[in-house]
Design a protein around this ligand. Structure first.
Ligand code: UDX
Length: 446
């Protein structure tokens, strides 16, 4: 199968590499020259476990190439058969609004149009407001009769992107309304995903609107689940109860399930926060805003956790950050990622800095990105150095190396043994036994 992938960010680069790995001929296109240079040299432009290995494997076969020149997707002379063009560009939140900015998706389709041939299939993977696919399908159909559009949302998690791409939970095809176009689109997608389809991974076919909504509904549910447990954490704090025990107990009920019930600093990243806001904005445009007003509360609970963490840290250092050193473990929005988009950890770090604290941040992968976005904060690579003379240590991203820290030796370098566990990831007993004043979100003081 000949495939092009427009947009080589966290989603597109992984998709391109994994598609080449299963034997397709793939061309990745991105406007960012540095990214294209990295990918062409089989270097991952961001931290994603497993991606460097897939890139090295596939670039060596010659099946995977990258370019900044969209004209390179033109069908090579003499080649026949359709090309499948994946659109994997971002849909960030519009400045000052809840709605998603779909201009990159529109621009990607505009760039593709002059090179499309009848029989080609454009496949949208970006997370878009419902209705976008129908609009794009009209544009494609008018410009290139015989070319079609499908919507194939992506559910990958950063940090597990390769695994999620190769072994997804489900594959969703949003197909064109015309039955012949739908049959053709489905056949092409079945060929692209021949391996997972043969492995029995469920394929759900739907119309465009349903396929688009599957993605936003899934993210809205996940965000709601996290904010639900964080709301319980607020109640636990007020009642002197322990949210981690509560989560474990309710999680045993299959109908509830234990996953995504980790209470703490809440969700961040490039997807959940902006996707729930864009979903509310779109529902409003459709006249269904009442249906999603609860997502405002989900968002508010999530943001309150960050303020609560700052308040707790201030309490721990005696009521004011002035003259106090605060060490923040973690800058990425979650472990196994260098992504700092809407990172709860950096949000807390920046709030404390603004309140006069001397903040030092450390992270195994995200320091370079963090330094660029928040030059005002201090950064240290080594945990022990970052913790030197600290009045309080905040665990804000639960990297494995932080979960396994030795509280006794860390206790030697800090000024005061105060630790705040923003992710409920440390062994409270162990830290307390080593003389630390351990506090966590949603748990009693101990
Ligand atoms: C999410 C969705 O999971 C994925 O399906 C979608 O395609 C994109 O958005 P991602 O943003 O990579 O993926 O991260 P995810 O693992 O979902 O975590 C999101 C945030 O929630 C992180 O900040 C994480 O720390 C937080 N989280 C997650 C919790 O606070 N508690 C939990 O129990 C789980």
């Amino acid at each position: 199968m000949r495939i092009s992938v427009v947009g080589c960010g966290y989603l597109g680069a992984v998709h391109a590499a994994c598609m080449a790995d299963v034997g397709h001929e793939v061309l990745g296109i991105d406007v960012d020259e540095r990214k294209v240079a990295d990918l062409s040299a089989a270097r991952a432009p961001f931290f994603e476990p497993g991606l460097p290995e897939v890139l090295q494997r596939t670039c060596a076969t010659g099946r995977l190439r990258f370019t900044t020149d969209v004209a390179a997707i033109a069908r090579p002379p003499g080649a026949d058969g359709p090309t499948v063009h994946f659109v994997c560009v971002g849909t960030p939140q519009r400045r000052g609004e809840f709605a998603a900015d779909t201009s990159y998706v529109d621009a990607a389709v505009s760039a593709l149009l002059p090179h499309l041939r009848p029989g080609d299939l454009v496949v949208g993977k970006s997370t878009v407001p419902v209705g976008t696919a129908a609009r794009l399908a009209d544009r494609i159909g008018e410009a290139v009769p015989g070319a079609a559009l499908a919507w194939n949302p992506e559910f990958l998690r950063e940090g597990h992107a390769v695994e999620d791409t190769v072994h997804p939970d489900r594959i969703v095809y949003g197909l064109p309304p015309d039955p012949d176009d739908a049959r053709r689109a489905k056949a092409l997608l079945d060929e692209v995903y021949a391996e997972p389809v043969a492995a029995g991974i469920p394929v759900i076919t739907a119309d465009y609107a349903t396929a688009e909504l599957v993605k936003t509904a899934a993210n809205a549910f996940l965000a709601t689940k996290i904010s639900f447990i964080n709301a319980m954490a607020e109640v636990c704090e007020a009642a002197g109860a322990d949210v981690t025990t509560l989560a474990a107990a309710i999680g045993h009920d299959d109908r509830i399930g234990a996953r995504f019930l980790r209470a703490g600093l809440g969700f961040g990243g490039g997807c959940l926060p902006k996707d729930i806001r864009a979903f509310m904005a779109r529902a409003g445009e459709l006249g269904a805003d009442q249906a999603l007003t609860f997502l405002r509360e989900v968002d508010a609970i999530n943001m309150r956790r960050r303020t609560r963490m700052v308040d707790l840290a201030r309490q721990e250092v005696g009521g004011s950050f002035l003259g106090r050193k605060v060490t923040v473990l973690g800058a990425a929005f979650k472990p196994d990622s260098d992504d700092i988009r809407d990172s709860p950890a950096l949000n807390v770090a920046a709030q404390i800095r603004l309140q006069g604290g001397d903040v030092v941040v450390t992270d195994p992968a995200a320091l370079e990105n963090a330094r660029r976005a928040w030059p005002d904060l201090r950064y240290e690579e080594k945990v022990e150095v970052a913790c030197q003379g600290a009045d309080v240590v905040l665990l804000l991203t639960e990297w494995r190396e932080y979960r396994g820290l030795d509280p006794a030796s860390l206790g030697e370098v800090v000024r005061a043994r105060n630790v705040l566990d923003g992710r409920n990831a440390l062994d409270a007993q162990l830290w307390r036994a080593a003389g630390w004043n351990y506090r966590a979100l949603g748990r009693p003081r101990g």
